[in-house]
Design a protein around this ligand. Structure first.
Ligand SMILES: Nc1nc2c(c(=O)[nH]1)N[C@H]1C(S)=C(S)[C@@H](COP(=O)(O)O)O[C@H]1N2
Ligand SMILES: [Mo]
Length: 431
């Protein structure tokens, strides 16, 4: 990516160019200093993307257009990481063209010939399968499920202290109707041998460098005794359409309730293993502290006191989508506050709203129920009775009794954020 296109890169370049002294400059001084350093027009980085004064729901970045996509917020282009803008979350189903995108490796498929493509089921099985798309459609029963796809690092930009990785706002998530075949039906057709432990998934994307190195192939595994094996599907449709190339055409794994790191895109190899998968993507990343909420401290990490385990189920979350704080709200006008909620561990049973920064809560109306793994829309009619600043807040509870906490979480990779969300709004007698 050319450095001038990204505020993040520009700032890094600047800090490097100015050496340690840059840290002593006020942020407001950075743009002019940058202009002197590079001698070219620059786009200043917005002052704050952290949690305290964070006016941004989404990530900070330019809008870009990729094939089959509407303009999305770019975090990086190699690999491609694009965030969905806030207003696409007003509806329970996220349009395919607005659905966020996240790849890890640079070399991603941009065309797949279905006359050559096969889905392999191999490894510790009685009979290796090489299935065509037509086999999947005709030989196996089709099944549909509505499920939330959320990156483990969604909302990572809230972490304090900051952690490395894409500085996602809240839009590294989406909800869709996925249609395909049961993973279990494919495993049964191949015949899982006794003594098998896990099943590994690999797609068509490749990294640069040593071709066969595990790091240059994105591989993820699930335990065969995890109940989610029976719920997972190999999807060939998303919202009733072929899956967009960037979201994993021709088929992707859907693992309801689990973070999307397991939802392998352009899935081509399903491999039954008789020993635990210790590859990079299972043991070196996408791991969280084995503590309540995956919470720890930088000190405990430095002191090597933290045992890491693979990230799993998505904690309960809810979001305010409108009002978004970009305009004032007229005094005494009834406004409809709207948003979404979801949980990886069970149906959302209650969403509560507060107009006073979490002091008093009232129940929101829930929208249609599309299943326990779906976004659930919610709304509240709110009539502001005085002028001035309000802090709106929302909190969801799932059927297992999990409720959102009002504390952030901290872990070294920036996963599992689910703090109560807030939105500041101004109420006035005039716009
Ligand atoms: N083949 C492949 N599948 C993948 C990935 C990848 O890099 N390669 N990334 C995973 C991660 S971490 C995320 S967050 C989701 C993103 O899904 P999306 O791009 O459809 O939104 O894809 C998952 N599946
Ligand atoms: Mo992710």
């Amino acid at each position: 990516m050319p450095e001038k296109e990204s505020g993040e890169m520009s700032r890094r370049y600047l800090l490097k160019a100015l050496g340690g002294g840059a840290a002593l400059l006020g942020l407001s001084k950075l743009p002019s200093a940058m202009a002197q350093v590079s001698g070219q027009a620059i786009q200043p980085m917005p002052g704050f993307t952290g949690p305290d004064a964070n006016p941004y729901w989404g990530a900070v970045g330019p809008f870009v257009i990729y094939p089959q996509k509407l303009p999305l917020i770019q975090l990086t282009d190699r690999p491609v990481q694009l965030e969905s803008p806030r207003h696409y979350f007003l509806t329970p189903f996220t349009p395919n063209a607005a659905f966020y995108v996240r790849w890890h490796l640079e070399d991603i498929p941009n065309a797949v010939s279905l006359s050559e493509w096969r889905l392999f089921v191999e490894g510790h099985v009685e009979k290796t399968l090489a299935l065509t798309m037509s086999d999947l459609i005709k030989r196996f029963k089709s099944i549909s499920i509505v499920a939330v796809n959320q990156c483990s690092g969604n909302s990572r930009s809230r972490f304090q202290p900051r952690v490395p990785g894409a500085q996602w706002g809240n839009g590294a998530m989406g909800n869709a109707l996925f249609t395909g075949v049961r993973l279990k039906d494919l495993l049964d057709a191949a015949g899982v041998k006794a003594g098998s432990l896990q099943v590994q998934f690999e797609g068509l994307d490749r990294g640069r460098g040593q071709k066969d190195s595990a790091v240059h192939r994105y591989k993820k595994s699930l335990n065969l005794d995890d109940p989610v094996i029976n719920e997972s599907i190999v999807a060939y449709e998303m919202n009733g359409e072929p899956i967009p190339m960037l979201n994993g055409f021709p088929v992707r794994l859907v693992v309801p309730g689990k973070f999307s790191t397991y939802w392998t895109k352009s899935l081509t190899w399903i491999r039954v293993l008789n020993e635990p998968d210790a590859n990079f993507w299972m043991t070196k990343t996408y791991c969280v502290p084995d503590t309540p909420r995956g919470n720890t401290t930088p000190k405990d990490v430095r002191d090597s006191l933290v045992k890491l385990v693979p990230v799993g189920t998505m904690p309960v979350r809810s979001f305010i989508i409108i009002p978004d704080g970009s305009g004032k709200i007229p005094l005494e006008m009834p406004v409809i506050v709207r948003g979404i909620a979801f949980s990886g561990s069970g149906r959302v049973v209650s969403v509560e709203f507060s107009a006073d920064d979490g002091a008093a809560w009232s129940k929101a109306r829930l929208g249609e129920d599309y299943g326990r793994y779906s976004f659930r829309t919610w709304e509240v009619t709110w009539i502001p009775k005085h002028t001035g600043k309000y802090v709106l807040a929302v909190r969801a509870t799932d059927e297992k009794g999990n409720t959102q906490p009002d504390e952030g979480v901290w872990n070294p990779k920036g996963y599992l954020w689910n703090r109560i969300e807030r939105q500041e709004v101004m109420v006035d007698v005039s716009q």
